[in-house]
Design a protein around this ligand. Structure first.
Ligand SMILES: [Zn+2]
Length: 136
């Protein structure tokens, strides 16, 4: 299989469309359950805490902390060759949910577990913007 020459661009689904619409507006959206107050990410059709099917989309603070990370030195495909070294991190949002992203805006060796970060967006196409995190 030939390596892709360009990065794979996310394709919104019915469940993820509100998330990607928020990203396009540079707004990080997660789901909140009006029945029990639980926040969750990734998008689901029901609340993972109480099984309610009335989850709503809310704007997240965009702030969180690095839970764990790795530094990628070897690109998985040529499409990522210009980016190495880069940081892949698990971010715990202030609202509780965790998401995987990149930490940008500082040298990879400066990233630390527990480091406070905030969301920033990279516009990949006219419709798709991708959330990344930078040091606060
Ligand atoms: Zn709930």
């Amino acid at each position: 299989m030939a390596a892709p020459a360009s990065k794979p661009v996310p394709v919104p689904t019915r469940e993820t469309q509100p998330y990607w619409e928020g990203c396009k507006q540079h707004e990080l959206r997660i789901q909140k359950c009006p029945a029990c107050g639980h926040h969750q990410f990734y998008p689901r059709l029901y609340c993972t805490a109480c099984m309610s099917d009335r989850v709503e989309w809310v704007k997240a603070s965009g702030r969180g902390k690095v839970l764990s990370f790795t530094i990628v030195y070897r690109p998985v495909t040529q499409a990522f060759a210009a980016d190495v070294p880069y940081v892949v991190a698990l971010i715990t949002l202030d609202e509780g949910p965790q998401l995987m992203s990149n930490v940008v805006g500082c040298p990879p060796e400066k990233v630390q577990i527990g480091m406070p970060v905030e969301v920033t967006f990279e516009d990949w196409t006219e419709d798709i913007s991708v959330p990344k995190f930078k040091p606060v």
